[in-house]
Ligand binder design. Structure first.
Ligand code: ADP
Length: 651
């Protein structure tokens, strides 16, 4: 361009000189322009200056590129900022070019001359100067755009760095050779180094305990090879500046460039040193605890300690994912459910006691408290339990003992009352006979003696019943069994009872021949006497009392029916309990202490039979009892005398 402007040199000297001066001026002007452009280019490319500083420098450089630099001024307006030379004044002699940023007008650059410039007509500014202005305006626009993008990138980077620094976890980026590219504030804190002491250093050489270096490098290589599934989560200790080791749980991802090539790895790490120690401590406590410990989620066991496994007799594998309730006795399911629900609602421990069935089907009493916890990120229940079977047994014994003591004192009270009545009769009549013997006729004496006799019988019976009960309770009841003809026995009992209770019609309805039964005749007679005496005692005189005996498939069935008041259905089984008497009848004058039927039941059961009553209140009652039949023993097992082995009890 410069060359084109140089015109051919004329031959005349003056012309030559003139032409040379003109060319020289033009050349100087171009050099100034070029220098100015060069300076402007180096300013726009400079990174040490802010955008504002660059604009200021440029505005001061600009006049130099123009024809009359000493009289020129310049101004740049951009985005409400103004940069101008000191000599700036708003004269009409100026040239302007608009600055566009992102396609929008953002300002203008202008160069002008102070008013004392000689009037050069229409061409105050050359075409090149006008082109320079356009080029400069474009350059300033591009510079602003570039700067804005740079600023945005920087802002983003700062924001990310702030996030990384704020995060409670370590962020670490290393390249494929293991050199640290990024570490956040938390990472520096954990390692005890400053950021510049970490960045650029080899991670494995400097921050991993030597003994673990190879294995950690191995894992890192796996991560960097892209097959990171098994190494996505990884735990390893790091070495801090003070030489301490801290356990970090890493989450690893790989970094790629735009072409998709792996450039390194980015890991987020959590310092789990304390929680690891805590975890180990809890593990030790749980392993050695004398308490059974479990964790339940959705009703299923997720964790059990050795003591719990011992209590249930099941292995850890057997118990995992098993319903807790499957170990609990059916009757106590509600107790356990309620304890869990209450715990979750109140969020506080809730104690309860229940029974479990261990692997050997043995019942164990458990006392437990449960607490709500979080386990593996979800709500769960932690149960602590201990075996209280021993205590429960003792408690039961205490209750039994208390019941027994109460019964004994009740018995004493009743017995002393019942003893006193016949004793008073005996004492009264015997005193009467002694005092008035001479004046009494023989009939009167006989009457009094009969009363004494009856009261003595009553006393004797009472004492017998008491003795029998104590013997039975102490397990000292002995039966002397022998094959017995029951029909004959019943007839004998009825004959004697008819004498005792001569105002009743006691009759026997039975087939003549029934098989013999192996019984203690004295004791079965006692049962029959008792049932007949009750029938007479509780039904009005002149009534019929019927005894019957029949053979069934497996036993003999004996029944005693009366037409007395009957027994209310609610009490039909209770009357066999020890010292149970039907309330209203205790005051009708009929004596007794509620031991008769209890003794009957124990005696029948000792013979392998059953006893029960059926009744229609108002119409009478029937008492039944069974006695097992005997079967003939098989020939081949007979070794003793024929009589000894002829019969064998039917089971
Ligand atoms: P007790 O010494 O009171 O007769 P038992 O054990 O023989 O004691 O009888 C218990 C209770 O059963 C009696 O108190 C009586 O209320 C009721 N009972 C027994 N036998 C009969 C019967 N044949 N008819 C109606 N009630 C009866």
């Amino acid at each position: 361009m410069l060359r084109n402007r140089v015109k051919p040199v004329r031959t005349q000297n003056s012309n030559v000189v003139e032409e040379r001066d003109r060319v020289e001026r033009a050349l100087n002007k171009r050099i100034r322009e070029l220098r100015c452009l060069y300076d402007i280019a180096s300013i726009t490319g400079s990174t040490r200056l802010t955008l504002q500083q660059r604009f200021l420098e440029i505005v001061n450089l600009l006049p130099r590129a123009f024809q009359y630099p000493e009289k020129a001024f310049a101004r740049i307006n951009i985005n409400k900022d103004e940069f101008k030379t000191e000599n700036y004044e708003d004269t009409g002699q100026k040239i302007t070019a608009d600055i566009f940023v992102n396609g929008q007008k953002a300002g203008a650059v202008e160069v002008g001359y102070t008013n004392n410039i000689p009037n050069t007509g229409n061409h105050l500014f050359s075409k090149e100067e006008s082109l320079l202005m356009d080029a400069l305006a474009e350059r300033l626009g591009a510079l602003t755009e570039h700067r804005q993008v740079e600023q945005r990138v920087k802002d983003e980077r700062d924001k990310t760095q702030r996030y990384l620094d704020l995060a409670g976890v370590i962020f670490l980026a290393i390249d494929t050779s293991g050199y640290v590219k990024l570490i956040n504030r938390k990472g520096c804190q954990v390692l005890g180094y400053k950021e510049n002491e970490i960045i650029g250093r080899n991670w494995f050489d400097n921050f991993i305990p030597r003994r673990l270096k190879d294995s950690v490098i191995h894992v890192s290589q796996k991560v960097l090879s892209g097959f990171s599934e098994e190494t996505e989560f990884f735990e390893n200790p790091v070495l801090t500046k003070s030489g301490e080791e801290r356990m970090i749980a890493w989450h690893n991802t790989i970094l790629r460039d735009e072409a998709g090539n792996i450039t390194g790895s980015l890991s987020s790490g959590e310092d789990i040193t304390e929680s690891k120690h805590y975890q180990e401590m809890l593990q030790t406590i749980s392993d050695n605890s004398p308490l059974g410990i479990y964790i339940v989620q959705d009703g299923k066991l997720q964790f059990t300690n050795p003591q719990f496994q011992k209590l249930t007799g099941c292995s850890q594998e057997d118990l995992h994912d098993r319903e807790l309730l499957s170990l609990v006795c059916l009757e106590d399911h509600d107790v356990v459910k309620a304890s869990h629900i209450n715990t979750l609602q109140r969020e506080s421990p809730y104690p309860c006691e229940y029974r479990i069935l261990n692997k050997n089907k043995k019942i164990k009493w458990i006392m437990q408290t449960v607490s709500p916890i979080h386990y593996l990120g979800r709500a769960a229940i932690l149960g602590n339990l201990m075996d209280i079977s021993e205590r429960k047994n003792l408690e039961r014994k205490v209750v039994e003992y208390e019941e027994l003591s109460k019964m004994k004192s009740d018995l004493l009270a009743t017995v002393s009352h019942e003893l006193r009545t016949p004793l008073a009769t005996i004492k009264g009549y015997s005193t009467l006979i002694l005092d008035y013997y001479a004046r009494l006729d023989s009939e009167e004496t006989k009457d009094y003696l009969r009363s004494i006799d009856m009261s003595t019988d009553r006393l004797a019976k009472l004492v017998d019943n008491l003795l029998d009960t104590s013997r039975m309770d102490a397990g000292l009841l002995k039966l002397e069994k022998s094959p017995t003809n029951i029909v004959q026995l019943i007839k004998r009992v009825v004959t004697e009872a008819s004498i005792r209770a001569d105002r009743y019609h006691i009759i026997v309805k039975s087939v003549k021949v029934l098989p013999k039964v192996n019984i203690d005749a004295k004791r079965i007679r006692q049962v029959l006497d008792n049932l007949i005496d009750n029938a007479t005692k509780y039904s009005p005189p002149e009534n019929e009392i019927v005894l019957a005996a029949v053979k069934t498939d497996r036993d003999l069935l004996i029944s005693i029916t009366d037409h007395g008041p009957g027994i209310p259905s609610g009490e039909i089984t209770k009357i066999f309990e020890r010292m149970y008497r039907i309330e209203q009848r205790m005051y009708t004058g009929s004596d007794g202490i509620g031991l008769g039927l209890y003794i009957c039941q124990r005696l029948v059961q000792a013979h392998g039979g059953r006893i029960w009553a059926e009744s229609k209140p108002g119409h009478g009652s029937t008492f039944y009892f069974t006695l097992p039949l005997m079967v003939k023993a098989k020939k081949k097992i007979r070794t003793g005398t024929p009589d000894e082995h002829r019969y064998q009890k039917v089971r």
